[in-house]
Design a protein around this ligand. Structure first.
Ligand code: NAD
Ligand code: MG
Length: 383
């Protein structure tokens, strides 16, 4: 029996993780759960799964949960408590499914404590990838990717990286794949969040619409698999059936297929190196539309181009890219800026921010905060 801590349990990945665990309750126990402020969502999870700990970001929400929670569940609050459940001696696996840089500290806590990290929070790697991978190697922790493309590559590389020439991350292209550039200026948050294939949280949905999500995934892949930027390509595949490709020197190509349902990647991270039931329907290719592939339009989706440039540059540039993107996406979702201001703010922030050598967690956090301040000043001035 493995004890699972789910950070971000009330979100899209968190709820899917709980669903997979429920189908395999003979193997996994929900040990600890967390959410930002949705105490009612967390209360329902506490009633259904009776974890030992539940953590909310703020104490006021935690107090409400404390009054209503079933007995036996200890309710805590704040980032230090989040780090505690991530590193707890009774925790075996940690699902890192908080959205954004807010998930970094707890991901690092799990890494230092040598846990299996089921990594959905790609932002942790983009912000402090070199440092995180270093800590994982030293502590004996393991990272099993949950992002569907990275899970696919991880599965394809079970035989090792020998003879690998390049990888291709598949991208759905998001809701605006066929929207002309001149119409993108006036799209609304509701349109941006309406993803054709995946049900996801708002932030990653906007990232999919700008294709920054794929840019962050290129950076994520470089750290996870130790690849150079030139070895990582993006290919648009609107049906989201093939989850990525690995090309080898002998001309062979491996890929992993399945219906677009995150429970496949989540269950693999839980059960690796074995496989378990996930609740995902079997793929029947005779019933699917034809599979299409084409190159991404970098001039329309400038975020993808900016992410490649930040990865080439390395050091603090990816962290600055991520921080500026989070500020810009938040401003777009709250109606303060237009959709096309997102890449503009990211680019301006990258131009203005000082570059640092990020060799400590403090320096990663400082770079994140300084970059956010710069991006915020551009939001204030209207992009
Ligand atoms: P979501 O918005 O649905 O859920 C986010 C979770 O994090 C919630 O439980 C929320 O309460 C918690 N949270 C948010 N801000 C927090 C804060 N400041 N402090 C503590 N907790 C906080 O997001 P999601 O779609 O589940 O995505 C989670 C992560 O997984 C993201 O990094 C995303 O990029 C990645 N991911 C998601 C999908 C998907 O299909 N949803 C696919 C691949 C990768
Ligand atoms: Mg993905």
């Amino acid at each position: 029996m493995k004890n699972i801590t789910i950070l971000g349990a009330t979100g899209s990945i968190g709820l899917n993780t709980l669903d997979v665990i429920s189908r395999n309750s003979d193997r996994f126990n929900v040990f600890a759960v967390s959410a930002k402020s949705d105490w009612e969502g967390l209360l329902q999870i506490c009633k259904d799964h009776l974890p030992s700990f539940a953590v909310l970001d703020d104490e006021a929400s935690a107090e409400k949960l404390r009054v209503a929670a079933p007995s036996g569940v200890e309710i805590l609050s704040g980032e230090s408590s989040l780090n505690e459940i991530a590193a707890h001696s009774q925790t075996d696996f940690v699902m890192a499914a908080i959205v954004g840089g807010a998930g970094m500290s707890s991901t690092f806590a799990a890494a230092k404590a040598g846990k299996r990290i089921m990594l959905a929070n790609k932002e942790s790697l983009v912000l402090g990838g070199t440092l995180l991978i270093d800590i994982v190697k030293k502590s004996g922790a393991e990272i099993i990717p949950v992002d569907s493309e990275h899970s696919a590559i991880f599965q394809c590389l079970r035989g090792g990286k020998g003879g690998l020439s390049k990888i291709q991350l598949t991208a759905s292209g998001g809701p605006f794949l066929n929207t002309p550039l001149e119409k993108l200026g006036s799209v609304t948050p509701a349109q941006a969040c309406k993803h054709p294939n995946w049900q996801m949280g708002k932030k990653i949905s906007v990232d999919s619409a700008t294709m920054m999500n794929k840019g962050l995934e290129v950076i994520e892949a470089s750290f996870l698999f130790g690849l150079k930027p030139g070895q990582i390509e993006v290919i648009v595949h609107p049906q989201s059936i093939i989850h990525s490709f690995v090309y080898f020197e002998d001309g062979g190509v491996l890929s992993q297929l399945g219906l677009p349902d995150m429970r496949s990647a989540i269950s693999y991270a839980l059960s690796y190196p074995e496989r378990i039931r996930s609740g995902v329907k079997q793929l029947d290719l005779t019933k699917e539309p034809s599979l299409e592939f084409h190159n991404p339009d970098m001039s329309k989706f400038r975020c993808l181009e900016l992410a490649y440039a930040a990865l080439e540059e390395g050091n603090s540039a990816p962290g600055t890219l991520n921080a500026a993107n989070e500020v810009a996406v938040e401003a777009f979702l709250s109606g303060h800026i237009a959709f096309l201001d997102i890449p503009t703010i990211v680019e301006k922030t990258l131009n203005e921010a000082t570059r640092w050598n990020l060799d400590t967690l403090d320096s990663v956090v400082e770079n994140d905060q300084l970059s956010r301040q710069i991006a915020q000043s551009f939001v204030g001035s209207g992009g």
